[in-house]
Each structure stands twice: as C-alpha cells, then as structure tokens.
Design a protein around this ligand. Sequence first.
Ligand code: ZN
Length: 431
Amino acid sequence: MTSPRHESPDDREIINAVDALEDEAVDLLATMVGFDSTLGNEAPAQAHIAGVFADLGLEVDRFELDLDAIRDHPGFSPVDWSVAGKENVVATHRPRKGGGRSLILNGHIDVVPTGPADMWTTPPFSPSIREGRMHGRGAGDMKAGTVSYVMAFKALARLGLAPAATVHMQSVVEEECTGNGALACLARGYRADAAVIPEPFDHSLMTAQMGVMWFRVHIRGKPAHVLDTSAGSNAIDAAFHLVAALKRLEKRWNALGQRHPAYADFEHPINFNLGLIEGGEWPSSVPTECRFTMRVGFFPGIATAEVRRAIERTIKRASARHPGLRETPPRIEYAGFQAEGCTVDAGGEMMLALADAHQRVIGSDPARQATTATTDARFFNLYGGIPATCYGPRAERIHGIDESVDLASMRDVTRVLALFMAAWCGLEPAA
Ligand code: ZN
C-alpha cells in the first residue's frame, strides 16, 4: 500500500527521508572535501555545487564577484588579491502556491590553508572516514553544513514536497577573509524572512559574533652592519615594539568593565593574532624592512572606523617612544576583514523555530552561544534586515591540522534543517 502524498508529514517521515539519503550525503561531502577550495581556487568546487543545485531542479544564478558593486557598502572589505573570475552560486526554489516564510540557506565554499600537509594523518584534500568522522580541510568548516541544507531540501523532495516559500541556497566565496561573497549576494538583491548558516557550531544557536579586522603594518629601518647596530634601526625589533603595544590594547579591551554583555563570561574574548610577519635581508645586516599582519577582534556595536582609530593611535604613540619609528613612521594598510560584530535576537521567531526543530530531533533545548569569530551572518543581520544565525554540526580542529566533522552530527543537522524548513516555509506538493 502506498500512502497518499500529503502536505503535513509527521516528523518521523521527514527524518526517515533524511536518513535514507545518508550515504549520498557522505558521498557528496567527500566529493566537496576533495576540492582544494582555498582562496583563489574556489572555481571547481563552485562548479560542482552549481551542478548539485541544478540536479535538484533549482534555478541557478552564478555570478562573478564584482567589487565595484559593493565597494561603497559599509560591510565591504578591501582586498589586495585578484578576484577575477571568482563566482558566487545561488540556487532558488520558487513555490507554486506559496504563503510561507522565505528562507536563505548560506554556506561558504572557501577553506583556510592546510598548514604543512605532512602534519596531517591523511592528506587534507583526500577525504577519509575514521571512527564516524570525515577528515579533511573544509569537512567541518563548512562543507558538511552545505551538504546538510542540500540534503534537507532533497529529503522533502523525496516525499513529494517542497517549501511553500522562496528558498535561496547560497554557496559563497571569501567568507574566511572578507565576507565579500555574502555581501555581493545581498547587493544582488537576495532577501528572505530569515537566514541560517550551518557553520560548525556544535548544534548551538549563535546569538552574537565578534567584529574582526585585518591590518598590515609596514616598517622601514635604517641599514647598517651588524657590528655597528647603534648606527642603524632594526625594523624587526621595531615590529615587536609595536606588537607589544597592540597586545596591551588587547588586554585593555578584554578588561571586564569594557565588555559587551554577550561576552561577560568569556575567559579571553578579544584576540589579537600576529598571523604573518616577514622582514630582514641578511643575517649580518640590520634589517631595514619588516611587515606584519594582525587580526584583531572587537565587540559588537563598535564601528570599524572606531577600531581603526584605536589601532592608529596605539601605533602612533608607540612609535613616538621608539627612536627609529619616530624618524620613519610605520605605514598601516587595511586589506581583508573590516567586519563589524553583531547580535541576534535570541527570542526572535526564526531562533524559536530553529530551537524547536532541534528539540524535536535531539530531545533537548539547544545551547545559545556567542562566538569570538566572525561569520557571514553579519551581512544579513546588520545590512539586510534579515534575522540570521549559525546552527551546524560538531567539528574538530577547524583551521587546524586533521580537521574533521562528526558524520552523525551532520545527519542530525540535516534532520533539524529539514524540520525547520518545513515549519518555517510550510510545505506544498512538489512540482
Ligand atoms: Zn566557516
């Protein structure tokens, strides 16, 4: 006996439909992890996901990242690398009858560099399953999340159903360095009643995210032979002098009285990371040049202009106390993240609906968590008027060596997203 198609399946039917796709989900994840989609290499992975979207019968919009279209936007982050040919992919489902609330499901295709490949147990772009976890760069951050929303949509389709509202599935570039990919989608006009990003946040609902800024400092010293160091000015020593001053600023921003309430209980919410440094010419010469790049975090509600002023003031004052820097002041340059922090209304309808879907799958209320990182959720929340959060699987060592994602957790996120989509958008018979 076959049961008739109906528009309100119970949770069990939807969960079973998700689970029936589990092997396919794991295969898709392995394929996605197999693409090295580090900065500048996103194209093959984007082409693949565009094909996956098309196979779902969705309308697919592939468009090049056009910096001129977003350059004047307050959420824009300048870059000093080429974005030529770099594409976002957005798939759209349009309902036949409609009447539900629209939704954006967003994931980023870019992954961070692997670090030394020989430190990995298995090569970073050769996905490998061990003890229920898929290992590989990007497995957790965040290809498993993208697979989850694709499979959630597909599970509903297998039941002969589709969301009764417009759903945009976005696979964007440059989340890990600027966010310009997600910003470009907003600038292209993509809007919805809510947005969910399945970043690997271990089934918690994100309630706040930190602001993040990258900046580079160029220092010029004065050349001299190492035997006569007093005649020169050591650019590398000067860099450490500036880094020490910036670390004191980090300490002040972490002070309890200075904190945004969402981060009151954190051990060390503000992190300044000296991520890159290069300089010097010769072991027996006083280095004449040094450049360093730092990533700084800052609380929601603080404008990027204010952060730039604080950084510049700190560097200026520290330079005044240093003979070499006093003579040749350092130059500061901003490229990469100029990202404000944001908060999410934990009592909003989208958050409640997502928490309810989680409860129905996992059997408990999800944790609510502020993150010390940035995510693309800021664009929706700050500039799109679209409530957005992150809710995704359990992953380990993202941005580290031997990154992995828990496959049972990916399946659970898929179940939650399918139930959430059904509740948020409503369902109608598929075309
Ligand atoms: Zn991520």
